[in-house]
Design a protein around this ligand. Sequence first.
Ligand SMILES: C[S@@+](CC[C@H](N)C(=O)[O-])C[C@H]1O[C@@H](n2cnc3c(N)ncnc32)[C@H](O)[C@@H]1O
Length: 245
Amino acid sequence: LSLQETKPLNTETRPKPEPQFVKNLFGDISKTYDKANDWITFGMARQWRKALVEWSDGNPKAQILDCATGTGDLAIDFKNTLPDSNVIGSDFCEGMLEYAPLKAKNKNLEIKFEVADVTQLPYANETFDIVSIAYGIRNVLDRKKAFSEMARVLKPGGRMMILETGEVNNPLLKSMIQIYFKNVVPKIGGWISGRRDAYEYLQKSSGLFPSGTQFIEELENTGLFNKIQFRSLMGGASYIYKAIK
Ligand SMILES: C[S@@+](CC[C@H](N)C(=O)[O-])C[C@H]1O[C@@H](n2cnc3c(N)ncnc32)[C@H](O)[C@@H]1O
């Protein structure tokens, strides 16, 4: 396939993630979110959250905030890896958060889960060593505000860790993934959750989202971080960003 042949799949515009719409959407699919996620990503999202935790180099007693934690998987991975750390998982969708405490309890992990909007965090300045967000930032309308809030609550030298979908470089892999996300993902998501439209939206929201150097540039332009790095996963299907305050 030539690059030109793959182009038409890329011409869709990204829908604007209006906060109330996003909150309702995740509330509607919360019950089956984990199952659908495992099916859609073949369990790879689980590995990639673990890779984020590993790269964050958290000290054993780190203060950690996972924003847009959803059903809590990244917060759980942090606490599992760093048992003496203090972990808070927050999300603005109560429906998603509902499932997190039981998941942590079943693993004997003490994690606080709280309702909070990443663009308006209810925490004091310079509280955390690590602030993370996995597959959340592309659903936030005002990203600049989210970055400034995450930076505000980070201690100097603290790390903001982001995991997000991205653009695959290899043209063949890229068109295969695009076809999969456009044609298969809404079917799987719809079949598991009964809300095919929600998975159509999620598929569209990944398309054209800035990734790699483009996303780094956006972070650099905030002027909030000293050092910003990224790692790509599966040729760019997802990216991990590490920004040091
Ligand atoms: C795709 S889910 C990701 C959940 C989880 N982090 C994971 O890795 O599976 C996106 C989450 O972002 C949350 N979210 C979106 N905008 C938010 C905001 N402004 N503040 C807090 N959470 C937000 C949604 O409620 C949803 O739970």
